[in-house]
Design a protein around this ligand. Sequence first.
Ligand SMILES: *Cc1c(COP(=O)(O)O)cnc(C)c1O
Length: 409
Amino acid sequence: MENENLLAIANEFGSPVYVYDSSKIISQYDRLSDAFKKVKRLKLNYAVKALSNIAVLKLMNSLGAGLDTVSAQEVELGLKAGVKPSNIVFTPNGVSLEEIEEVSALGVQINIDNLSILEQFGTKHPNVPVCIRMNPHVMAGGNSKISVGHIDSKFGISIHQIPHILRIVENTGMRINGIHMHTGSDILDIEVFLRACEILFETAMNFKNLDFIDFGSGFKVPYKLGDIETNIEEFGSKMTKRFNTFCKEYGKELTLGFEPGKFLVSESGYFLAKVNVIKQTTSTVFAGIDSGFNHFIRPMFYNSHHEIINISNPKGKERFYSVVGYICETDTFATNRRISEINEGDTIAFKNAGAYCFSMSSNYNSRYRPAEVLWHEGKAHLIRKRETFEDLTKNQVDVDIFSKVAETT
Ligand SMILES: *Cc1c(COP(=O)(O)O)cnc(C)c1O
């Protein structure tokens, strides 16, 4: 997308606003499919939690992607977008047996990540095939907040508990049709990831009736110039070879699954905000925007770096800024950031705002959540309206239980 397109969208739909470029989502999907084109049965399930707008789910469906979901509500969103239940996987963590049963009854593939639920579900529904989420105890990435494969992680069933899994399977007569892992975001080192895959292959040999192996996600995308990016092409060629030989050993053509979120949508997104105030202090120049961590929490929650462009003045002389929000918290999006000169009223764009941005937004400070716009084939489509005051109050119950207004003198 060009600066002018983004500016026109900010002018038409107001600010702050999220914008997603569908062509980037499509090219990322194609890139990943291409890297694994020599796998006979490949299934890419988009991780809905990264960006859950129904229009985006429809786009994924049109590309042939399935969905990876973590709540009954995400499943419902997928169904509303027209995705078939058989194209949805439910991979929750720590949810109730009732929620798993509810989703399973819809015909969605369920993925169980603890022994207690496995035993209860298998006892009650021995005829429903189930996938098991394993924890291979391998950390593929660096950031502990987004890594879920380590020994103390709450995710998955430990590979050391395979004997217990097998006992449950035997006693209940349930069928395990898939094995899964998701070691968390950020595959920095392909070799480390492949090691985790080996552990999963070894695990898979314990189960005779598998249809698929799902290797989760963690594909890293660049957030700034020079960032390490998962080399998908190299990873694809190594993994394909290994997977195909595994299928021979196993004696059956299995489906190879992945569930990327960030890889598919991160770079498609821009978060546009207007600069309300330029504030010069003794130590820095603040650019205060009409947003805060209520709309865009990644820089503060994950300490993540998002490139910032002043789209109102892209060629201006560069200066150093601290970009901050307007809520009553320290909400710093960037410090000492070199940005072309900002004037009050300018619109700035944060890049990589497709994944875990809108979907993590809130109404803190009683602010409205932003609008969302999908840029598709040269046209801007509003896919979520900006909230209104009614949205803030519609579920609040206005009780009439206080006798009188205290008078002050
Ligand atoms: C969040 C999540 C993903 C997606 O992770 P990304 O890093 O966004 O690709 C995949 N699988 C599961 C089970 C998840 O919880």
